[in-house]
Design a protein around this ligand. Structure first.
Ligand code: PMP
Length: 524
């Protein structure tokens, strides 16, 4: 219980109990760089080394002094935080800067328009809504074109043309001997039904794209997704690392419309591709699936297969972006060029809630701006904090990116050493820059009863986190959809001494797990 308030817990009351059962129910009252502070029962302040990093939002650490100073200054000078539906030159400035980074990392890829949002999930939903607006407009264009062709066909039929009986009529489910007008009516009827079909999204297995009504359907984790599946468009999850999987999925979801073509004195019924698949969405480095980067070969295949059917690609950089992997866009390291990019988390510098979606100009629909907005998005405070964050990331020729790569490599080397030392406990260590995961082998048969039980409940990573917090003052948590994998996403300012602390804590944990040492690891 917390001495600060009496009475029952009303703010997500269940979570409090769960945190307590795992030894994770501490209240941090102060934060700086990679350290969070809480007070123990005696009132003593305990410094915790934070490797969760706000689930990816603090690539520059907690309360970066320059950002705090900037925030103070903005408020002191009375910046109009909320002035929706007026000119926002600073938002344009941020969009220009991010476009310049995009050009530097990807080459001359043209411009991307920016839509602003409040969270990662909203940035994803903006991409989803925009892609659907675009798809629906394309379907409408196609339907209008077919209507025109039907009129031409009627004229040709009136002039004596005929409809050859072939297998397209079978697919249209009209008799081969049906009168021509009935065939045309059947085309119109079938198209109306097909064009109204719900769209589908494609995403790699394991994907995590948020938990709002639309975005949670793009999040593979069944626990998060399935209760809500009738609320939004369906997503098909594809094992994209398998060479033929994406092409097969596209084939399986492919839709067609009927069209008619006048060919001499024949009016033929033909089929045309209907865009049913709205977009392919992926994270360049899957975060919540257990920190799983995609390789260049997979990415090249994804791009080739999507380009062949003009399927837009949404690159979700909410967690991997903003320099964490050693470049601003993690996707640029594997040449993954998107039609959409989503940014959030560290964009707000660990202080503001800032998010944005970039849309490639060649696909951009101006009317989107009139159908999506938020009271809070693009506000002066968060947008200016985001701009200053980008300044800090870009300063000194990209020193922060170099630091992310260098610190990440050092952390990874340390973890690889532990993996080699404890092969019976550690299944894998992987990641890019400061987005690293340590996957544990199945512990459901552990001699330590507490660990075995938590593992069987799918809470292994949380139990390990509780131990690391209590025994080593380390804040580490598992990835959301792969709870056997601990995430390590500290800021670029993590020191050698702090990495040594992580090593000592993890070595103690791995030793206890290897030895099934219940006494060492179970909460007291
Ligand atoms: N996309 C990705 C790749 C994420 O990792 C997350 C959050 N873990 C989100 C979207 C959702 O972001 P938010 O929590 O800000 O809604």
């Amino acid at each position: 219980t917390n001495p600060e308030h009496s009475g029952s817990d009303l703010a997500e009351p269940y979570l409090g109990g769960l945190l307590a059962s795992l030894g994770l129910n501490v209240h941090y009252h102060r934060a700086r760089k990679d350290t969070l502070y809480y007070r123990d029962e005696t009132g003593r302040e305990v410094a915790v080394l934070d490797l969760v990093g706000g689930y990816g939002s603090t690539v520059l650490g907690h309360n970066h002094p320059a950002l705090v100073a900037h925030a103070r200054q903005l408020l002191d000078q009375g910046v109009p935080v909320h002035a929706q539906f007026s000119r926002h030159p600073y938002a344009n400035d941020l969009a220009q800067r991010v476009n310049a980074i995009l050009r530097r990392e990807f080459g001359d890829v043209g411009e991307y328009s920016a839509i602003f949002a409040n969270s990662g999930a909203e940035a994803v939903e903006i991409a989803v809504k925009h892609a659907e607006l675009d798809r629906v407009a394309k379907v409408a264009d196609l339907m209008a074109e077919i209507d025109g062709n039907i009129e031409k066909a009627r004229a040709a039929l009136a002039g004596g043309a005929r409809v050859p009986a072939d297998e397209t009529l079978d697919r249209l489910t009209v008799a081969r001997a049906a009168p021509p007008d009935a065939v045309l009516d059947a085309v119109t009827r079938a198209n109306a039904e097909r064009a109204a079909a719900a769209p589908v999204f494609l995403a790699p297995e394991g994907s995590f794209h948020g938990k709002l009504v639309g975005s949670v359907q793009l999040t593979h984790n069944a626990g998060f997704r399935t209760p809500f599946q009738s609320l939004a468009a369906r997503c098909r999850f594809v094992p994209v690392r398998e060479p033929d999987a994406l092409a097969e999925a596209i084939d399986a979801e492919r839709g067609t419309l009927f069209d008619v073509a006048v060919d001499g004195d024949a009016v033929r019924v033909v089929e045309r591709d209907l865009p049913v698949i709205c977009a392919f969405i992926l994270e360049p480095v899957q975060g919540e699936a257990g920190i799983r980067p995609f390789d260049r070969e997979t990415v090249e295949r994804v791009q080739r297969v999507c380009a062949a059917v003009d399927l837009p690609i949404i690159v979700d950089e909410v967690q991997s972006g903003m320099g964490r992997t050693g470049t601003f866009f993690a996707s640029s390291q594997v040449g993954l060029l998107g039609d959409y990019y989503t940014l959030a988390k560290s964009l707000g510098g660990g202080i503001a809630k800032a998010a944005m979606t970039l849309v490639r100009k060649s696909r951009y629909r101006d009317e989107f701006e009139l159908v999506h907005s938020s009271t809070f998005a693009k506000d002066a405070f968060s947008t200016l904090i985001a701009a200053r964050t980008v300044d800090l990331l870009e300063a000194d020729g990209g020193a922060v990116y170099a630091l992310a790569a260098e610190r990440g490599a050092r952390l990874l080397a340390m973890l690889n050493g532990l993996r080699d030392e404890f092969p019976t406990v550690v299944a894998d260590v992987r990641g890019v820059g400061l987005m690293i995961g340590m996957e544990f082998r199945d512990q459901s048969g552990s001699a330590a009863g507490f660990i075995a039980e938590q593992a069987r409940d799918g809470l292994l990573g949380y139990a390990l986190s509780g131990y690391l917090l209590r025994a080593h003052a380390l804040r580490v948590l598992p990835t959301a959809s792969a709870t056997d994998t601990l995430r390590l996403e500290p800021s670029v300012f993590i020191t050698d001494g702090e990495i040594d602390r992580v090593e000592a804590g993890l070595r103690a944990l791995l030793t206890a797990l290897r030895d099934g040492d219940e006494a060492a690891i179970a909460p007291g």
